[in-house]
Ligand binder design. Structure first.
Ligand code: HPA
Length: 270
């Protein structure tokens, strides 16, 4: 596995010569092509990158974008890999490990999520301050000692300083913003009302099918993580309604402007 990571990293370094970035952004469902001010230097389609899985979900274009955002060199992962697509957890987190080897030190992650906290409205942004993981752990198997320790600490998975920067920026920008605990599930079916309630009782604020594996792999590699959910549907008593992927993409697309503004502000604040 480590050999593959090195191979892919070497390929990218040759394909985008001289480009070094400490920052990477992972764009979730419907959140692609969000950044107006992004000055593209180079794009690589996932299908052209050796060892990269290829994204299969509608709304995910599947490419790595290298460029400048807020005067900082940034790598954007437009399209991610979900466990429910049939990838192994090792494949799901492969790009994060490559980003780390490319020199990325701070990872900004986005996702679409169902809100089980009744304070959340559709379109609100919620920074993750913690998570509950119901996906298989991506670190299961032989530990990659070159990357990180066997038993990585998760007591501060989400960087407090980055959350504070985002909180301040949201106030200035007038963006509806909260912090919360994200519940990571396999999907791909959405939850039943009883399930949504159960995850709320357990301490969850929002629910989704991504992010947690990426954060675990990133923390294993020592990256600083900031993650933010776009609430695409409300899922609590009195507000349950049928949820579809099309609805999720629609809301995510509309909230994309706020999300981009917030991430840019976080980059500026770093
Ligand atoms: N559940 C799981 N994943 C999701 C949801 C949801 O309600 N909304 C957007 N992604």
């Amino acid at each position: 596995m480590f050999k593959k990571i090195k191979e892919t990293t070497c390929f990218i370094e040759k394909a985008v010569p001289g480009f070094r970035s400490e920052y990477a952004i992972i764009l979730g469902s419907g959140l692609g092509e969000t950044f107006n001010g992004f000055k593209l230097v180079q794009r690589l389609s996932y299908r052209d990158i050796p060892n990269f899985p290829v994204s299969t979900v509608a709304g995910h274009s599947g490419e790595l974008l290298f460029g400048m955002l807020e005067d900082r060199a940034v790598i954007i992962m437009s399209g991610r890999f979900h466990y429910y697509e049939g990838y192994s957890m090792t494949e799901v987190v492969f790009p994060v490990r490559v980003l780390s080897r490319l020199g990325v030190k701070t990872l900004l992650i986005t996702n679409a999520a169902g809100g089980v906290n009744p304070d959340f409205q559709v379109g609100d942004l919620v920074a993750l301050k913690d998570h509950l993981n119901f996906l298989p752990n991506p670190l299961i198997g032989k530990n990659l000692d070159e990357i990180g320790p066997r038993f990585p600490d998760m007591s501060a998975a989400y960087d407090k300083e980055l959350i504070r920067i985002a909180e301040d920026a949201a106030v200035v920008l007038g963006i509806p913003f909260h912090t919360g605990c994200y519940v990571g599930l396999t999907g791909p079916s959405f939850e039943t009302p009883a399930e949504y309630q159960a995850y709320r009782i357990l301490g969850g604020d929002m629910i989704g099918m991504s992010t947690v594996p990426e954060v675990i792999a990133a923390r294993h590699a020592g990256l600083r993580c900031f993650a933010v959910s776009v609430i695409t549907n409300q899922a609590f008593p009195g507000k349950f309604s049928a949820t579809s992927h099309v609805d999720v993409l629609h809301v995510a697309g509309k909230a994309g402007k706020n999300l981009a503004a917030l991430l840019k502000a976080v980059l500026r604040g770093l």
